[in-house]
Design a binder for this molecule. Structure first.
Ligand SMILES: [Zn+2]
Ligand SMILES: [Zn+2]
Length: 442
């Protein structure tokens, strides 16, 4: 205790003693005590830091109380899940600094309900008549018609029973289309119904004009996703990614930035419904994925603003597949922004293991089997001709070229000039990796 406080206490003691000795009036005693007390209370007291802390005492206190404002160094690991209630979407920064992908608060479609295999062998379906530059649409529809989990889902009346869409619904539309295809095997049908709604699927697309098949597929999947949200637009970002469409086609990518100065890591997770890979100067799809996960240097004009270093620093950014999808759709970026096309054959395997391109690259193989290949012939995506190869439920390959349906060999499929590849997960762990959360019935 500082010396001056001790002096004041002595003064009080002295005043008390002298008052009692000299037989002063009690009022006088109280006045003198008040003034002595004031001297203590109004004086400036200096504290010195202790030479050593009592760690045992501190540990005891730590176990007794919960910290309400932990230091910033802990927040990367122990982040309270604020803003994660279904009706309070998280901010981007909430997700960016979490150490792992947050679980959805609400699951719209339970992942374990997704059926990846054909329940029975079906006859190959119908061909699709070209209604004037509609081969892009025909090829995309044919690839979807042989996507087992999507067909399995639409074979049941599950969607029809819960559909709340007024007017156009992409899922209902596709369900009708699939039924017509499978009921008319050996013939060609006209995909009029979908073509008439092309502007509702993608408002900039026109009937009669050749469009980019990959772009059209994106719009079809997005339109289905919108139908499956069934008005649940106020859900948080992660919960919105749990519709049947996400459970079939969707996964998560992780973008990790590592500050080269302080080594701090910042993770951002983004949902994907397909993956576009650069195929310039690569011989095969595996090399394209290696390129996809290759770290990128952020420096100079592109320097990273590190929140820990509080300055622009050199950093390394790397994409990895964080949560694999059940169906993996890959677009081969054959077309440059400035024109030009990679026309070389880029080989792709019948079985693809994506484990090396995952955030956790060690572990059991994550294997996919090829089930459809979309081919483009021509110089740009808006011209030329599209057709596709699909694997039917009896495992035989068919070439679907507009109205023509012809059985073919796997060798021919693997030698094709692919623009899009469709793989389906086939390892034993498929369907067991998604978080198990009670379904939210809507
Ligand atoms: Zn519907
Ligand atoms: Zn840093």
């Amino acid at each position: 205790m500082p010396a001056r406080s001790t002096d004041s206490l002595l003064q009080i003691e002295e005043s008390l003693h002298s008052s009692l000795k000299k037989g002063h009036h009690s009022a006088s005693l109280s006045d003198r005590l008040i003034s002595a007390n004031k001297r203590i209370l109004l004086q400036h007291i200096e504290f010195r830091p202790a030479a050593a802390t009592s760690s045992a005492q501190l540990e005891k206190l730590k176990s007794k109380y919960a910290s309400i404002n932990p230091s910033t160094s802990l927040t990367d690991h122990v982040k309270p899940s604020k803003g994660m209630s279904p009706f309070n979407p998280p901010s981007a920064s909430d997700l960016a600094h979490d150490d792992d992908l947050p679980d959805p608060k609400v699951v719209l479609y339970p992942p374990e309900k997704v059926k990846l295999q054909w329940p029975a062998v079906r006859r190959i379906g119908a061909g699709l008549t070209n209604l004037g530059n509609t081969c892009f649409l025909n090829s995309v529809l044919q690839c979807l018609t042989y996507t087992p989990p999507l067909v399995n889902y639409l074979s049941s009346s599950e969607h029809a029973h819960t559909c709340k869409q007024v007017g156009f619904c992409m899922v209902c539309e596709l369900q009708r289309h699939f039924r017509r295809c499978y009921e008319n095997g050996g013939q060609a049908i006209k995909p009029h119904a979908i073509l008439q709604k092309i502007k509702l699927i993608a408002k900039h697309m026109h009937w009669g004009r050749q469009e980019d098949a990959h772009e059209f597929l994106r719009y079809v999947i997005d339109a289905m996703q919108k139908s499956c949200l069934n008005g649940n637009t106020k859900l948080d970002r992660i919960s919105k990614e749990t519709t049947v469409i996400n459970q079939i086609f969707g996964g998560f990518l992780r973008s990790q930035v590592v500050c080269l100065k302080c080594k701090a890591k910042s993770n951002t997770y983004d949902p994907f419904l397909d993956i576009s890979v650069d195929v310039k100067n690569v011989p095969n799809i595996q090399k394209a994925f290696e390129k996809f996960v290759q770290p990128e240097q952020l420096d100079l004009d592109n320097a990273y603003n590190c929140t820990k270093c509080k300055q622009k620093v050199a950093a390394q950014k790397r994409f990895t597949i964080h949560k694999p999808s059940n169906v993996l759709t890959i677009q081969l970026k054959r077309y440059g922004v400035m024109g030009g096309k990679v026309t070389r054959h880029i080989s792709f395997p019948e079985k693809l293991n994506i484990r090396p391109y995952m955030s956790v690259s060690q572990g059991a193989a994550i294997t996919y089997q090829l089930y459809a290949v979309l081919v483009h012939m021509g110089h740009s995506t808006n011209s030329g001709h599209y057709y596709c190869y699909v694997r039917s439920s009896n495992q035989a390959w068919y070439c679907m070229n507009d109205s023509m349906v012809q059985q073919t060999s796997q060798g021919r499929v693997l030698n094709s000039e692919a623009y899009m590849l469709f793989y389906i997960r086939c390892d034993a762990a498929a369907n067991h990796e998604q978080p198990k959360v009670c379904p939210f019935h809507v």
